[in-house]
Design a protein. Structure first.
Ligand code: SF4
Length: 411
């Protein structure tokens, strides 16, 4: 992927975590639960000679079952849950004097780490809502384990992602809500993270004829997703998903048809800006991809003291968003733009084919709030679905020998 140069965790790209998953599958005591990020299903097929952007969701789920997964859930559902909390948080910020605007997204761990090191003063602006993977994992080990009467210690949560930085995100010490819930000190919310490429290699190793697999569906409870959840893998997708739900939160009405597609935030441009009116509110938004673009944008924001002129800003480290993540099948540089375009189009097509457009309309989301979480930003939601960030600017000192060329943070 093109992310290779942007991703601060690229040094650990080729760590192979599949062996850990295999060991869990062979252990009769363990229940292995996969969840797959939005962008995996539009990249994986390329490893099996399919056209870039081929939508292989059904075959991907079938492969994970053939490999021994006990349940396969959809991180797109996690994306819907992230949006429920993040859009509510945005409304609170806009109505509050104390919490600063603009709100920045925080679902990209490379961007979060970048902000923690280079722009610690911005941290109060980052959405406290966990990323789709890190929000779904504790819900699996608490609500789902209770519902199915499964011993949560037996669950091994495995995320499949286009992202090499997620391997570091799942290790963040604060992602241990399930450990606190069950009072099991060593329990982690997400246990193992494998990339699209690692999954592809594993499928090949096991001689599974990927192209011949019959489509399979995600398991229920966390298998349904709205179009908003589906487009999370594209730069601008988080913004568009948030707007669809924010419209409802702010006005009490579903977003009108002419909000979809929200073209101004679509496409591969590094910085996309738009304004959108909701009842009494006018939201000024920006979607940024690539950390060099983020740096330039933020430096301008600070220099011009332009904070009040933005409401919500999405930042994704990889050009084009997660579809271009460092863990996706490798693409030769001249083809990157075209391949990314095909992957992006494939996610938007799956949104087009979905009747449920906004996260708040997802019936499984409604059920989860009814049975477990109460409402967005409830005490339970705050506890299980939100996180915090730390000033890591002291790491800058350790980086002083890095030149702009060797510094993985500068793109
Ligand atoms: Fe990972 Fe997506 Fe961020 Fe790239 S843009 S580092 S794939 S979360």
């Amino acid at each position: 992927g093109q992310c290779a140069s942007a991703c601060p965790f690229d040094a650990i790209t080729e760590v192979n975590d599949v062996e850990k998953v295999k060991a869990a599958i062979q252990d009769p005591d363990k229940i292995v639960i996969f969840q797959t990020a939005p962008a995996v299903r539009v990249g994986l097929g390329e490893s099996f000679g399919m056209e870039p952007g081929t939508f292989v969701e059904g075959k991907m789920v079938a492969a994970l079952r053939a490999l021994g997964g006990d349940y396969v859930f959809d991180t797109d559902f996690g994306a819907d849950l992230t949006i429920m909390e993040e859009a509510t948080e945005l409304l609170h910020r806009l109505q509050s004097e104390e919490i600063p605007i603009p709100q920045f997204t925080s679902c990209c761990p490379a961007w979060v780490e970048f902000a923690e090191i280079f722009y610690p003063d911005l941290l109060p602006h980052l959405s406290s809502t966990k990323s789709p993977i890190s929000i779904l994992s504790p819900v699996i080990k608490t609500f789902f384990a209770q519902k199915k009467d499964i011993d949560p210690s037996k669950i091994v949560n495995v995320c499949v992602t286009p992202c090499t930085a997620k391997k570091a995100e799942i290790l963040r010490p604060e992602f241990n809500s399930s450990s606190i819930f069950w009072d099991v000190p060593e329990m982690r919310d997400t246990d193992i993270c494998i990339t699209t490429r690692e999954l592809a290699n594993w499928i090949k190793e096991e001689n599974i004829d990927f192209a011949a697999l019959e489509d399979s569906k995600f398991d229920t409870a966390f298998g349904e997703s709205s179009g908003g959840g589906k487009i999370f893998g594209n730069s601008g997708g988080v913004m568009e998903a948030a707007i669809r739900t924010a419209y409802h939160l702010f006005t009490g009405r579903p977003a009108p048809k002419d909000f979809i597609p929200f073209e101004e935030v679509r496409g591969q441009e590094g910085v996309k800006k738009a304004s959108v009116a909701f009842g009494h509110f006018v939201l000024h938004v920006a979607s940024i991809s690539g950390l060099a673009n983020a740096r330039a944008f933020i430096d301008d924001l600070i220099k011009n003291n332009d904070f009040e002129n933005y409401s919500f800003i999405e930042v994704m480290a990889c050009p084009g968003g997660c579809i271009g993540g460092g863990g996706q099948p490798k693409v030769k540089l001249p083809q990157v733009k075209k391949v990314n375009e095909a992957r992006i189009a494939s996610l938007y097509k799956s949104d087009e084919e979905t009747d449920i457009k906004a996260s708040w309309q997802n019936p499984e989301i409604e059920e989860l709030y009814k049975l477990f979480l109460d409402e967005p930003l409830s005490e339970m939601a705050e506890w299980a679905l939100h996180t915090y960030f730390s000033d890591k600017s002291d790491q800058l000192g350790k980086m002083k020998n890095l030149t702009p060329e060797t510094n993985p943070m500068s793109t």
